[in-house]
Ligand binder design. Structure first.
Ligand code: ZN
Length: 161
């Protein structure tokens, strides 16, 4: 069986930046399970996984355009602190959930506090970054109809409901 649309893929992964700093890894945990071809992973990585088989190990470098995109300064906003829950506890670096209106709920990083104003950065924390992946595919199976309609994997490495 090969990795293709609507297959559940289990894999161990290590994500590092271009200097070798580990950003995320499945080491010491269960393999990550995802449904291929529905946009669960960044496009550049899904492309590399296409047609691979169980047991395949590979490394790949994904450019920002095929990952979390390039930084957009328009996504940096200064807004009043009031109106946020727990405003007293706000600290620089924390993640805040905001309602963007047209694009629904989004996660922003709080990058500055000045008086009653806070600066929120809606860029993905990994935008502008070249992503280095080490991948090992540990299993591939068909996705069930439920999994496809839910858009996520059930059971090992996925949702337990
Ligand atoms: Zn589900």
């Amino acid at each position: 069986m090969r990795v293709e649309q609507n297959k559940v893929v289990m894999m161990h992964y290590k994500l590092t930046d271009k200097d070798g700093n580990v950003i995320d890894t499945s080491e010491g945990r269960d393999p990550l399970a995802y449904i291929h071809g529905i946009g669960a992973l960044v496009p550049g990585l899904e492309q590399e996984l296409e047609s691979k088989i169980k047991g395949d190990k590979f490394s790949t470098v994904v450019q920002p355009e095929d990952a979390y995109g390039n930084r957009d300064e328009e996504l940096v906003r200064v807004v009043p602190k009031s109106g946020f829950q727990g405003e007293e506890e706000m600290t620089v670096g924390m993640q805040v959930q905001i309602d963007t209106g047209d694009k629904g709920l989004a996660i922003a990083t709080l990058t500055a506090i000045e008086g009653d104003d806070i600066t929120l950065d809606l860029n993905h924390p990994l935008s502008d970054m070249e992503l280095h992946f080490d991948i090992e595919i540990t299993d591939i199976r068909e996705a069930s109809e439920d999994e496809i309609s839910h858009g996520h994997v059930h059971g090992a490495g996925g949702h337990q409901h």
